[in-house]
Design a protein around this ligand. Structure first.
Ligand SMILES: Nc1ncnc2c1ncn2[C@@H]1O[C@H](COP(=O)(O)OP(=O)(O)O)[C@@H](O)[C@H]1O
Ligand SMILES: [Mg+2]
Length: 311
């Protein structure tokens, strides 16, 4: 396995020559440029490739002994099983050589959505989540994710923080630690459901494609579960993007994906926020600069929202 980049992603030139040749062969033209998009915390290759033919494709690749290859393959299975009208790019192929695996995905053209109040992207994302979760996942999708455990279902943090509260824990969290731990403890039993769950919804896992509009990418954590998971995950992101927590708390109360299951939504938000509060204090993993700082910010945003849901 190559040494992980200390501060960023593997590059196209880090991919072994046999896999690069295999990809160029399969895509029918040499690669003339590889652009690594901004955003995300992964260390694998994730790049938009421009081909001599003018075509662009998106590729994720990692060594087979890197856990991200299993994640990329899960994503590929999911992309192949999502309903055609799901807000996701098409899977184009999977290629292996030199003990590396590459997943080729249709290229989306555009920036990350602007989730601030100034843009309509947040509204579009809420509408997509309503549509995505309004009916049970199709059987092909449910089968595709059935062998991978849900990462959302195992989120937790308050259970550890309560036994040794860190000195810098926000006063609002400290004051409610027993209640937060109790809500989080209820989450695993509520985490099951039959809806499509993206499982990692943030602006950097969406692209506002010039033709398709807001489209979700990075389906590596996709699973089935209750309808509320993605909407409740999006909510702290909107607070981070500048929305008033009170406005987002009201949206959570009213949105179809969260409004009909308030207890499940609160339990999930508690587990997600506990996860952030706990993980933000861990040492930084290699190749993921910015992750801990992001988790600190997200932890505060999640806590602000939970404040509106505690009795
Ligand atoms: N199909 C795509 N077309 C164009 N850009 C994409 C596509 N999928 C992802 N991206 C961009 O690449 C970045 C990294 O891809 P992502 O799938 O999120 O990988 P990671 O698992 O490493 O976060 C995303 O933040 C996004 O900017
Ligand atoms: Mg990502």
């Amino acid at each position: 396995m190559p040494v992980l980049p200390p501060n960023g992603r593997l590059r196209w030139t880090d991919v072994p020559v046999p896999l690069r040749a295999r990809l160029e062969d399969a895509l029918g033209a040499p690669v003339t440029a590889a652009v690594t998009p901004s955003g995300g915390f992964g260390h694998q290759l994730a790049a938009a490739l421009r081909l001599a033919s003018g075509r662009r494709v998106f590729v994720k690749a990692a060594p087979d002994d890197d856990p991200l290859t299993a994640a990329n393959l899960h994503e590929a299975t999911v992309l192949g099983a999502l309903p055609p009208d799901a807000p996701a790019p098409d899977l184009l192929g999977i290629h292996r050589a030199a003990d590396w695996t590459a997943v080729v995905i249709a290229h989306l053209d555009g920036p990350h959505p602007d989730l601030s109040r100034a843009s309509g992207d947040a509204g579009q994302t809420w509408a997509l989540l309503d549509k995505l979760t309004s009916s049970p996942a199709p059987a092909a999708y449910a089968a595709a994710v059935s062998t991978s455990p849900s990462t959302a279902a195992v989120l937790h943090g308050w259970d550890e923080l309560i036994s040794a509260p860190p000195a810098d824990l926000a006063p609002a969290a400290r004051a409610h630690l027993p209640q937060l731990a109790e809500l989080e403890a209820a989450w695993p039993a509520l985490a099951h459901g039959d809806r499509i769950v993206h499982g990692d919804l943030r602006a950097d896992n969406m692209v506002r494609d010039h033709h398709l509009g807001v489209t979700f990418v990075d389906w590596a954590h996709a699973t089935t579960g209750p309808a509320c998971i993605d909407a409740a995950s999006l909510a702290p992101q909107l607070v981070l993007a500048g929305h008033a927590p009170a406005d987002i708390a009201r949206l959570l109360r009213d949105h179809p994906a969260t409004g009909t299951s308030p207890d499940t939504t609160t339990a999930f938000l508690a587990a997600l926020t506990g996860h952030w509060h706990r993980n933000a204090r861990k040492p930084a993993p290699p190749g993921a600069p910015g992750l801990r700082a992001y988790q600190h910010r997200a932890a505060a945003a999640g806590l602000a929202l939970i404040g509106y849901r505690l009795s």
